[in-house]
Design a protein around this ligand. Structure first.
Ligand code: TYD
Length: 202
């Protein structure tokens, strides 16, 4: 039986990284093989592209194309084979991030993004997307307190407002796949909700 494909999304500072370990543990308790991966990245080529994407200035469409180049490799080498053998795949970000950051944040044309999505994914979509949502002020404050920022994390509050809008409109357009999680609550409360959602998955 094909495994399930779960993606984690949210603005920088929304808190998704704080829950990854608990997510993997909850799924492992189901007795399934769990593959944890991330984007951009997930393969050796993808990780090299990640270095460029996170630290090098480039045209917004170049950024988009490199995201999808990394994604094509990620699907071919990691995601599709894992799902085919029945493993569950948890990816820290996937295509919704491209819609939020490159379309929402940078203004890349949505129909171009849809073409890339169709071309690269050939119908593959996550079964479940957990969107960690916080007000922009919260994310900006958390980022200011964190480690050295990458290229995206150095962007303005205005940029993050567009990211948040981008994510929320994606969630609205795909209501059965998305679960929007209010990340502006104590960590334990958020974690309990995430675990409950995953435990309920068949
Ligand atoms: P992130 O997932 O936040 O990793 P870390 O927790 O190590 O900082 O970093 C990835 C960055 O890449 C994030 O700022 C969002 C950005 N990104 C895009 O702009 N488009 C995409 O399609 C993807 C997958 C990520």
């Amino acid at each position: 039986m094909r495994g399930k494909f779960i993606t984690l999304e949210g603005m920088d500072g929304a808190g998704k990284s704080s829950h990854i370990a608990a997510i993997l543990e909850t799924l492992q308790e189901k007795g399934v093989e769990v593959v944890a991966t991330r984007e951009p990245g997930g393969t050796s080529l993808g990780e090299r592209l990640r270095e460029l994407l996170l630290h090098e200035a480039m045209h917004a469409e170049t950024e988009t194309l490199l995201m999808f180049a990394a994604r094509r490799e990620h699907i071919a080498q990691v995601i599709a084979p894992a799902l085919a053998r029945g493993a569950w795949v948890v990816s820290d970000r996937f295509t919704d991030a491209s819609f939020a950051y490159q379309c929402g944040g940078r203004g890349v044309d949505q129909s171009k993004m849809e073409q890339l999505e169709h071309w690269v994914q050939q119908g593959l979509q996550p079964d479940l997307t957990l969107l960690f949502d916080v007000p922009v002020e919260v994310s900006v404050a958390r980022l200011a307190a964190a480690r050295t920022p990458d290229k995206f994390e150095r962007e303005s509050a205005e940029f993050f407002h567009k990211i948040r809008e981008g994510y929320l409109s994606r969630a609205k357009a795909h209501p059965t796949r998305f679960r929007v999680i209010d990340g502006n609550r104590p960590l334990e409360t958020v974690r309990a909700e995430v675990i409950a959602i995953l435990q309920a998955l068949a």
